[in-house]
Design a protein around this ligand. Structure first.
Ligand SMILES: *Cc1c(COP(=O)(O)O)cnc(C)c1O
Length: 385
């Protein structure tokens, strides 16, 4: 096997397509990766049926079970983005003609509704105005009115509006009504606390490219025993996302039915080891909390307003209202010219917001530079108006 690349220039050619300039990322995902992650991923491949791969798979799953406090629950890895598990939750754990209470506080709650309906199930919707969370008493009321739903879906962190739902309290209400709880934690897992067993969650899923700061292509799911029991009774679960098949492969050989994204799993394993070195889960979550506070303070110091309702601010993304007359996309474009990739507004609030992602590899220096530039950009745009 060649040790040195022969056609070295092709790497630069590809870089010129993807990275015409090196941008600093404050994105909603994919996010900037840790240097350790990038190095871990540049190794030679091996078979996903090898002894070595199985050891990596086992170690990663066990570290995730610790991180999610899922000792009764089972964590599994999927060769897809997080939305794959969104679909799996409906196909495996809701009867074909069954009803689901879908809570919507933004674009990703809407996606869950589409996934429910496109899989032939019925969605009962509890929708809040953009910027607001779902409150426990509202969920309680909706469940009283709809006692026949089988499950409740909750977006833990709504990436389009920058709102963190009160998941623990919402799950408690759902359990009082004896409903299964499916959580889209795609932009929350790794930054907002999840106590899978204690909060009695049934399905929680995320993607590698958000708060864990790993490239895209890997989905992480945690499942309660009840989900597998239910799945046994559901026909036509499909093959690619059949949870019973995944469990069989994991239990028999610490692997997946089809080929997993091995580099991403190795990278996630590296991040879980970084978390351990940093002092464990709660130290790591605190790092995210402090980063989020610093970014919110930066926004306020510029005289701008946060979009989310106070008390429900996201630890992973800050949605900012633009000053009157300025469009979110103008701020985005001007920041790009200065070497920063922030996130455009998304979904219903697209026009008059922009978003600053806090996930992945971001240093204090990066944050300072971001705000120095953002201040100038806002001032320039205001002058033009
Ligand atoms: C990014 C995101 C998704 C979509 O994740 P994919 O990895 O693209 O499938 C779903 N929900 C939320 C809350 C997200 O932030």
């Amino acid at each position: 096997m060649a040790k040195e690349p022969v056609y070295k220039e092709v790497v630069d050619e590809v870089y010129r397509i993807l990275w015409p300039k090196k941008l600093k990322l404050f994105t909603a995902g994919p996010v900037a990766c840790f240097p350790e992650v990038l190095e871990t991923m540049s190794f030679q491949m091996l078979s996903h049926r090898s002894k070595e791969y199985r050891e990596l798979h086992r170690d990663t799953v066990e570290r995730l079970e610790d991180f999610l406090e899922a000792r009764k629950g089972i964590v599994m890895l999927f060769p897809s983005s997080g939305t794959g598990i969104m679909e799996a939750s409906i196909r495996n754990a809701v009867t074909p003609s069954g009803k689901v209470l879908v809570t919507i506080i933004g674009a990703f709650g809407k996606r869950y509704r589409e996934v429910v309906e496109s899989n032939g199930r019925k969605a009962i919707v509890l929708e809040k105005k953009p910027g607001e969370p779902v409150l426990p008493e509202e969920l309680d009321e909706a469940l009283k009115k709809n006692p026949d739903v089988e499950a409740v879906t909750i977006t833990y962190n709504e990436t389009s509006t920058g709102v963190l739902n009160p998941l623990k309290e919402l799950a408690k209400v759902a359990k009082e009504h004896d409903k299964m709880v499916f959580v889209d934690a795609v932009s929350a897992m790794g930054a907002a606390d999840i106590k899978f067993d204690e909060w009695s969650l049934d399905i929680v899923f995320a993607s590698s490219q958000k708060a864990f700061g790993v490239p895209p292509g890997l989905a992480i799911g945690a499942f309660s025993e009840e989900v597998f029991e239910k799945a046994k009774k559901i026909p036509n679960r499909g093959w690619y996302f059949d949870l019973l098949l995944y469990r069989k492969y994991q239990e028999q050989q610490w692997s997946t039915p089809s080929t997993p994204p091995i580099p991403q799993i190795a990278a996630l394993n590296a991040v879980l080891r970084i978390i351990e070195r940093m002092g464990g889960k709660y130290k790591w979550l605190k790092m995210y909390q402090e980063r989020a506070e610093k970014i919110r303070k930066g926004v306020i110091d510029l005289g701008l307003e946060l979009f989310a309702k106070p008390g429900y601010y996201s630890p992973t993304i800050t949605v900012v209202k633009t000053p009157p007359g300025i469009k979110g996309v103008e701020v985005y474009e001007e920041m790009r010219k200065r070497g920063f990739e922030i996130a455009k507004g998304y979904g219903p609030v697209k026009e008059y917001t922009f978003r600053i992602g806090h996930m992945g590899y971001i240093t204090d220096e990066d944050i300072k530079e971001l705000f120095d530039n953002l201040r100038e950009v806002i001032n320039e745009l205001m002058k033009k108006k």
